[in-house]
Design a binder for this molecule. Structure first.
Ligand code: ADP
Length: 494
């Protein structure tokens, strides 16, 4: 059994803005069922504290002039021991973990997550004397990037793994911020945290962690290329021997069309014909003509460039003279919200848009749509295409990252051997999507083939158990790689 400290800035169902929360809510649970001693730590945002329910204060301490508390409870619905780091000045605020209520980044994000990372490092070394010392700290994204850098200062330390959930977010700040954070001066170096005269939190993970991974094998390769790496490809190529990709799983209980409480009609592979009831209900909910024979595409996601919004806005008008409908659920950049709303106003019987965030509606879209639109320009793993597969809603995806690793195109060879699960296209934005939508339409006209692909999609297994085992193997490899182990016998393979 290994002792793992899992550090994250969000974890479902305590607090969620995106895929990281899903991973942080599911992976620790799956590791617990693999008999690992795992503790989850995140900041004590008001929402997280409220949702945790019962907790007790297990430590009070001071760090950088702030009075901190460590609250211990459980992840709702699981037995995972969860620590919330309470620092009212930094975390007791409305809004989401990174943005204020106006959608702007909190101006003190560097201080907030540096303090969080320092506290995680203290816990990693059991400096609060809680009689629990992890063998490995699993850090996630830039908010915890300083942890491996800080731990590297120690003569003895736990092993570190840094997971890249999205390289586009790096935690970049100016030199004055570096000074303000009172980090060791030698970390201001291009082989440490400095990145073109800026402080880069993510480099703390990329340079100093014993192992690095990302959330799909394809993305692990892509980020070693300049097109996907924001200038970090050289560093990632340099560290390629410790860089790997592990696909995210999904919560197969939460996302199960057979039992999903948000659906009007549950269905499974044997009762797939009942899916149509969810489709007409969705058309009704979005005030579109309730026509079972019209091909209905769904979209759920952050309305940002990454999710292929430019491509969608450019391409959609080209297919609206055919019997198709589109429903969108998302929020994000104002320009995309506006453009989608405008398109919906121009084509009220074809396109409907809900701006906002709704877990329940996202389930109803997954169940009610025939196909799921996900033409991301890059996608580290992606979750919605996995939910879509499970709901028999064929994903239409660009051949990048996790989309490439999880969806198999409907080309003849794959149809013939029954392995096709969706529509995969390549090409630059503005190029391949229209053809992909047309191919989707053509397949939809062949009801037998369509159903065959739906059934193949629904057979796929993306449960966390498989991914959790891969993480466990990576933890063991990282512990073996740690050049400064806590004790000679810290690790005994189970
Ligand atoms: P990313 O982490 O880049 O946002 P992922 O596909 O990995 O993308 O995960 C996004 C998660 O957030 C999914 O669970 C998705 O259903 C959910 N999500 C995103 N936007 C919304 C929304 N507006 N309403 C409901 N769920 C959303």
């Amino acid at each position: 059994m290994s002792r793992i400290l899992f550090a994250t800035s969000e974890a479902y169902p305590l607090i969620k803005t995106g895929g990281l929360a899903d991973v942080a809510g599911s992976l620790p649970r799956a590791l617990l069922s693999l008999k690992q001693d795992i503790r989850l730590i995140l900041p004590a945002y008001p929402e997280a504290r409220e949702r945790m329910g019962k907790y007790k204060t297990i430590a009070s301490f001071e760090l950088d002039g702030h009075a901190l508390k460590l609250l211990q409870g459980r992840l709702p619905g699981a037995r995972v021991t969860t620590w919330l780091l309470d620092c009212p000045t930094f975390f007791d605020r409305p809004g989401n973990p990174y943005l204020n209520q106006q959608g702007q980044v909190w101006p003190d994000n560097a201080e907030r997550f540096a303090l969080f990372s320092k506290a995680v490092s203290m816990l990693a070394l059991d400096q609060l004397r809680l009689a629990w010392r992890p063998d490995l700290v699993h850090c996630n994204d830039w908010q915890t990037g300083l942890v491996p850098a800080l731990l590297d200062q120690q003569a003895r330390r736990p092993a570190t793994l840094f997971t890249i959930h999205n390289l586009a977010y790096q935690g970049l700040f100016d030199y004055d911020t570096f000074v303000k954070l009172r980090l060791p001066q030698h970390l201001w170096h291009h082989r440490a945290l400095e990145f073109h005269q800026q402080l880069s939190f993510i480099k703390g993970g990329l340079v100093f962690a014993d192992s690095i991974n990302t959330v799909s094998p394809s993305y692990a390769k892509e980020i070693q290329q300049p097109e996907f790496a924001y200038g970090l490809d050289g560093l990632l190529r340099h560290r390629r021997h410790v860089l790997s990709g592990i696909l995210n799983g999904i919560d197969v209980d939460e996302w199960n069309p057979g039992t999903d409480p948000h659906l009007l009609q549950n269905y499974n592979r044997r009762s797939l014909a009942k899916k149509i009831i969810n489709k007409t209900a969705l058309q009704h909910e979005f005030k579109l003509p309730q026509a079972p024979e019209i091909l209905l595409f769904g979209f759920i996601g952050r309305l940002v460039e990454q999710k292929g919004l430019d491509d969608i806005l450019q391409t959609l008008p080209g297919i609206l003279d055919t019997p198709v409908q589109f429903v969108f659920l998302g929020s994000g950049q104002h320009k995309y919200e506006q453009a989608l709303n405008k398109l919906a106003t121009q084509h009220p019987d074809k396109i409907a848009v809900k701006i906002g965030y709704s877990e329940e509606l996202s389930h109803r879209i997954e169940a009610g749509a025939d196909a799921f639109l996900m033409p991301s320009t890059f996608e580290p793993c992606g979750l919605n295409q996995l939910y879509s597969l499970r709901y028999g809603t064929l994903p239409v995806v660009r051949k990048v990252g996790g989309l490439n690793d999880t969806v198999k195109d409907i080309q003849k060879k794959n149809l013939d051997n029954d392995s096709a699960t969706g529509i995969v296209f390549s090409g630059t934005p503005g190029d391949g999507l229209l053809e992909a939508l047309q191919r989707t339409r053509k397949l939809y006209q062949d009801k037998v083939r369509w159903k065959q692909v739906q059934l193949a999609a629904m057979r796929q297994d993306f449960s966390w158990q498989r991914s959790a085992q891969a993480y466990l193997d990576l933890y063991h490899a990282s512990i073996r790689r740690n050049p400064k182990p806590l004790t000679a016998t810290a690790f005994s393979p189970s």
